[in-house]
Structures are given as C-alpha cells and as structure tokens.
Write a protein that binds this ligand. Structure first.
Ligand code: NAP
Length: 280
C-alpha cells in the first residue's frame, strides 16, 4: 500500500510556522498586509478569495479586500493596482483570476510590482525562478516541493516527469524540480508514447487537467505520484487527474484528492506574503 502524502497536515504545519513568524514580526513592529482584488462575482473565485482571507486571519496578516463590480474597466483596475504598488503598508497584491471579459489578464499581471507579486506570475518572478534568484514562487508547484520534502522524499538525482506545461503549474514545477537537482522531463499534448516517458519517473507530477487520466499503466512500480488535478465527477465528488484506485497499489507514495496538493496552494501563498520582506 502506498504512503499517503497528507497535504492537510503539512499545510496546517506550514501555517502554524508562519503564524509564529508573523507574531515575531509584529513584536518587532512590522505588520504584514495582503491586498486581495476580485472583479465580478464568479462563484468559485468568491470561495477562493474567502479562503485566502481566512488564512490571512489565521496567520495574523491583515487583508484588504477589494470587491469590484463586473463592469469595472481595465483602466480602473490598473489605477487601483498602481495605488497599491505605491503604498508602503501593502506587502502583497493578489488579483483573483479569471477576470471578466474585456480586461486583459496579462496586462493586469504585468502591472503588479514584482516585489508585491505574491502569486509569482509576473515574468520577473518567473525569470528569477529559472536563474536561481530570490523571488516569489508560483504557489501550487511550490506546494508540491514542500509535500515531497516534508514527506522525506529525496528529489536530488531522481527522474522527475511533469505532465503539463502551463505557466502556473507545469513550467514552474519543472524549474523547481530542476533547482532541487532532479532530472526533469516535461510532457504535453504533443508528447509521443506518453506512458513510455511517464514510466521512467521516480517522481511523477500530473497536471494534465483531465479527470482520472493517469492509470497504473503510466506508472513505474514504486514511483511517487503527485496529483495536481481537481475536478468534480458525475456524483459531485472531487477527483484528480490520477485514477487513485488504479495507481495507489503501484505507487510507493501518492497524494489524495482532496487533501493532497489542494490545501498547499494557500499555505504557499501565505508563505510568499511572509517572505515579502526578504524579496524587496
Ligand atoms: P492546463 O493549463 O489546462 O494545462 C494542461 C496541460 O496538460 C497542458 O500543458 C497540456 O498540453 C497538457 N495535456 C493535455 N492533454 C494531454 C495529453 N493527452 N497528454 C499529455 N499532456 C496533455 O491546466 P493547469 O492550469 O496546468 O492545471 C492542471 C490541473 O491542475 C487542472 O486539473 C487544474 O484544475 C489543477 N490545478 C490545481 C491547483 C491546486 O491548487 N491544486 C492549482 C492549479 C491547477 P499542451 O500545452 O500541449 O496543450
């Protein structure tokens, strides 16, 4: 039976460590503030924003919530970002995606000061990650690295295969595994003979965006399998990109969905907020 990598427990540990750091900063007279901007009332975004505010409250970070109407123009949003960039009391700025039609996401993400870009999406932070400079890191892949490290899984020297090359998961995941001295292969929709490549993996990270796509035939006996996917199945239950029932007997360790990678994303966002002082 595979070891179950417990994202709930590990994310709780990280949040408790951050809470202590924030308390120490407060004692030294430094208060941290995260500005969270939501445009429109997309239901899923409202849930994510609510969870981020709750996490801020738990670790002791002040959150400034900007709930802007659907009709907000790009110019209005860019003006707000410029105002928050200029405020010394704001350490991090987060714009919840997706944005309503008519607002260019790339333009908005580029407008955020890279030293306040706690999502780690700004090209400056992407570049810092690839060249090994200190910067904000994309939260979901940073969470995967913490899951591996805190579960005692060595990355150095391992064959690491990432399925997916999105800017928010696959590509930064590859950069982080490389930084940890893994030997990294990235697969995508044009990869030939996918299962032959994935079967080389000691560590397989799946971010393909297709429910239960990865079955035992893609996995080497004893591999560590990290499932980044989140979907709701026909019975309204959460499932991942990995077919857990099929893969679990073959893997040495595996993340469940829910309770694996999911809870790590917010914990790593909080980690970025707390690190904001180091990054300036
Ligand atoms: P995405 O932008 O849709 O990217 C999917 C990637 O998978 C693409 O690079 C695509 O290749 C590749 N792909 C698609 N079909 C393939 C196939 N048959 N064989 C090999 N590769 C294939 O998705 P994403 O944003 O990276 O997210 C991936 C999953 O993670 C989703 O389920 C998402 O919901 C979940 N997610 C979870 C969290 C979390 O907090 N846990 C955060 C973000 C995302 P091409 O580039 O060639 O199209």
């Amino acid at each position: 039976m595979a070891f179950l990598i417990d994202g709930k427990k590990i994310s709780a540990e990280i949040k408790d460590e951050l809470r202590e750091k924030v308390a120490a900063l407060k004692e030294a007279g430094k208060e941290l503030t995260l500005a969270v901007i939501q445009v429109g009332n997309d239901k899923a975004s409202t849930v994510y924003v609510g969870n981020k505010k709750k996490a801020c409250e738990y670790i002791g970070v002040r959150s400034l919530a900007y709930e802007l109407p659907e009709e907000t123009t790009e110019e209005e949003l860019l003006n707000l970002i410029a105002e928050l960039n200029a405020r010394d009391d704001v350490n991090g700025i987060l714009v919840q995606l997706p944005l309503p039609k008519g607002i260019c996401e790339d333009k908005v993400l580029l407008a955020i000061d890279p030293n306040k870009d706690v999502d780690g999406f700004h090209p400056v932070n992407v570049g810092r990650l690839w060249i090994g400079d200190k910067g904000f890191e994309s939260c979901t892949p940073a969470g995967v690295i913490q899951l591996l490290k805190r579960s005692g899984i060595t990355i150095s020297g391992k064959e690491c295969v990432v399925i997916g090359r999105s800017n928010i998961v696959g590509k930064p995941m590859a950069a982080m595994l490389l930084r940890e001295n893994g030997t990294v292969t990235v697969c995508h929709s044009r990869t030939k003979n996918l299962s032959e490549v994935t079967k080389r993996a000691d560590i397989l990270v799946v971010a393909i965006g297709k429910p239960k796509f990865i079955t035992a035939e893609y996995v080497k006996e004893g591999a560590v399998v990290i499932d980044v996917g989140i979907h709701r199945n026909e019975d309204n239950k959460l499932c991942g990109d990995v077919d857990f029932e099929s893969v679990e007997p073959v893997a040495s360790a595996i993340t469940p969905v829910p309770g694996g990678v999911g809870p790590m994303t917010i914990a790593m966002l909080m980690c970025n907020v707390v690190r904001s002082e180091e990054i300036k």
